[in-house]
Design a protein around this ligand. Structure first.
Ligand code: 13P
Ligand code: SF4
Length: 306
């Protein structure tokens, strides 16, 4: 079967089996082409609430599929590849934060959405990279314990100077590995190109960038900008998608090391297997986990306003 044949079969089977395909923008182009909805983690979370199909297929990583299940517990939710975890989410568990809670009694615990469902059950509010600043500003409490990403946390702290934000040491090993030298080298190679980075990058990299935003915000910036060259400081797939979408503009990766192996695990064949009912992993969460974790995701949506 050619790639086009597989895609056609996926489109036919998802309709026949009442499946909605949600895909994170880090997925491969051929997967985005068969998805019903593509977006960043915030947009995917909101979308997961309103879908009418019986089954949601999340092409992304585990915490994204768990978020779908928490928001749509009555639906079957399938993660596109059983091994697609997130290195950052796996870094901090519920037990650790439970132990720290007494020390942070007067703090609101803000959890990046890149956390396990179990950890979300004991946090107060969730945030995503595109919503974190707004949400933290809208929290009444001045004291915030921000977990697990200390880079996103530092970015939020700089934008919310009235808040007392405590950080723990966690983060995305892929984004955190990019350094200031990478920015200098890329700028020397492509003078005049705008540097667009994800807030999971270190504060030093963010400081040197022209724009910092979520995956969707980076795409939107490049779409709207009258500039024609961009250095992209997030997973390599974004530069690839941008090249495809805007052939008249030029996109360069900030570092060739920006590869999320977990996001790359899902192939078009995995999607095909999922829609014909033989692949992926169904997300099963107990009722209490769903109820408790839902509180902080609902808070995220409630507090994401101007
Ligand atoms: P977005 O919220 O920008 O989609 O980021 C998710 C993520 O895991 C980035 O590494
Ligand atoms: Fe997780 Fe980093 Fe991959 Fe994003 S890029 S899914 S934070 S490991």
């Amino acid at each position: 079967m050619s790639l086009r044949d597989i895609q056609d079969e996926i489109l036919r089977l998802k309709k026949e089996n009442d499946i909605c395909i949600l895909a994170h923008s880090y997925q491969a182009h051929e997967i985005l082409e068969v998805a019903d909805f593509v977006g960043d983690s915030y947009a995917l979370s909101v979308k997961a609430r309103g879908v009418e199909n019986n089954t949601l297929l999340m092409c992304g990583v585990r915490f994204m599929a768990e978020t779908c299940k928490i928001l749509s517990p009555e639906k079957r939710v399938i993660l596109s590849h059983p091994d697609a975890g997130c290195a950052m989410a796996d870094m901090m568990d519920r037990e650790l934060i439970e132990q720290l809670k007494p020390k942070y009694k007067d703090y609101t615990i803000v959890a990046y959405v890149n956390t396990t469902a179990a950890l979300k059950t004991i946090c107060d509010v969730c945030v995503t990279s595109s919503s974190a600043v707004k949400i933290v500003n809208n929290i009444e409490n001045k004291n915030i314990l921000f977990i697990p990403d200390c880079n996103l946390g530092a970015y939020v702290a700089a934008k919310c100077p009235d808040k007392n934000i405590k950080l723990l040491s966690g983060g995305c090993p892929i984004h955190a590995a990019v350094n200031e030298r990478d920015v200098d080298i890329a700028r020397r190679k492509h003078p005049g190109a705008k540097v667009l980075v994800h807030p999971e990058c270190t504060p030093e990299v963010v400081e040197k960038a022209d724009f910092t935003g979520s995956t969707s915000e980076i795409i939107d910036y490049a779409r709207r900008s009258s500039d024609s060259e961009f250095i992209i400081g997030t997973e390599l797939s974004i530069a690839e998608h941008l090249k495809y979408e805007f052939p008249d503009k030029k996109f360069y990766p900030l570092s060739v090391g920006l590869v999320c192996k977990n996001m790359k695990l899902t192939t078009l064949m995995d999607v095909y297997d999922c829609v014909r009912g033989v692949g992926g992993e169904e997300i099963i969460l107990d009722e209490k986990t769903i109820t408790d974790a839902k509180r902080c995701i609902d808070e995220m949506i409630r507090l994401n306003h101007d």
